[in-house]
Design a protein around this ligand. Structure first.
Ligand code: NAP
Length: 248
């Protein structure tokens, strides 16, 4: 059963990692997929080719999610090419970890801009489109770190906690127009972002996860699929943890 037949989805920061698996999952479920990343590189080209094998419309846009003007231009281009936007996944994100003692102002600003300001940029630009359609699902990528904090990640935790407040507020602002907004709080997920972590630290973390495994990108993409499709038609303003039970 295809859950997103005929819908158009826009996913930010999708050339690799979680965003890439979300794009592929949505395409497999019948969605037309527009995706972004900072640059048009081999990864973006390869994903575009793979997405096209599902037989739906696909387009890649190099776009910096942290830039307000880029977001405005992107939404214009996606609407011109696809006619509508049913699903927005604000996935683009970075880390620049350090204890506050050593954290530089530029690293705080960069993480807030890419992780949180981007959600403002994209949501503000897409809301006009969704308001006209009188429908839409916005999915914001938060983190277990946004719920519980983490030493060495004050910038990242603040950005991901900010996303939760933003999500709930937008759910209240746009709910009467049939626009839903939810957040996903992934736990420890195997991606290029987490591959640098040393094996002994990974093993310690696994012991704290009730399901006793690191998550994979498909675990998160399945959660995004649920929030994107009509199976979650009465769910808005929620933060769904996808973390093997880690944040109980
Ligand atoms: P990833 O593998 O590093 O992928 C992030 C993607 O975002 C990359 O393709 C990156 O592009 C892109 N990006 C970075 N800055 C951007 C910008 N300004 N504009 C547009 N795209 C940009 O990360 P991931 O692990 O898949 O994470 C995806 C999301 O899930 C992030 O929001 C992250 O915070 C969140 N998350 C991840 C985990 C985890 O365990 N992995 C846990 C909780 C939450 P480049 O390749 O050009 O850098």
């Amino acid at each position: 059963m295809k859950l997103l037949e005929g819908k158009t989805a826009l996913i930010t920061g999708a050339s690799r990692g979680i965003g890439k698996t979300i794009a592929l999952t949505f395409a497999r479920h019948g969605a037309h997929v527009a995706f972004t990343d900072l640059q048009a590189d081999d990864a973006a080209e390869a994903l575009k080719k793979e997405l096209l094998t599902y037989g739906n419309k696909v387009a890649f846009y190099p776009s910096d999610a942290s830039k307000y003007d880029d977001a405005q231009e992107l939404i214009k281009q996606v609407v011109a090419a696809f006619g509508r936007i049913d699903i927005l996944v604000n996935n683009a994100g970075i880390t620049k970890d350090n204890l506050l003692l050593r954290m530089e102002e530029k690293d705080f600003d960069a993480v807030i801009n890419v992780n949180l300001k981007s959600v403002f940029n994209l949501t503000k630009a897409v809301q006009t489109v969704m308001l006209q359609q009188r429908s839409g699902s916005i999915i914001n990528m938060s983190s277990v770190v946004g719920l519980h904090g983490n030493a060495g990640q004050t910038n990242y935790a603040a950005s991901k906690a900010g996303i939760i407040g933003f999500t709930k507020s937008i759910a209240k602002e746009l709910g009467s127009r049939n626009i839903r907004c939810n957040a996903i709080a992934p736990g420890f997920i195997e991606t290029p972002m987490t591959l640098q972590i040393k094996e002994e630290i990974r093993n310690e973390w696994i012991k704290t996860i009730p399901l006793r495994r690191i998550g994979n990108t498909q675990d998160v993409a399945n959660t995004a699929l649920y929030l994107a499709c009509d199976l979650s038609s009465y769910i808005s303003g929620q933060v769904i943890s996808c973390d093997g039970g880690m944040s109980m």
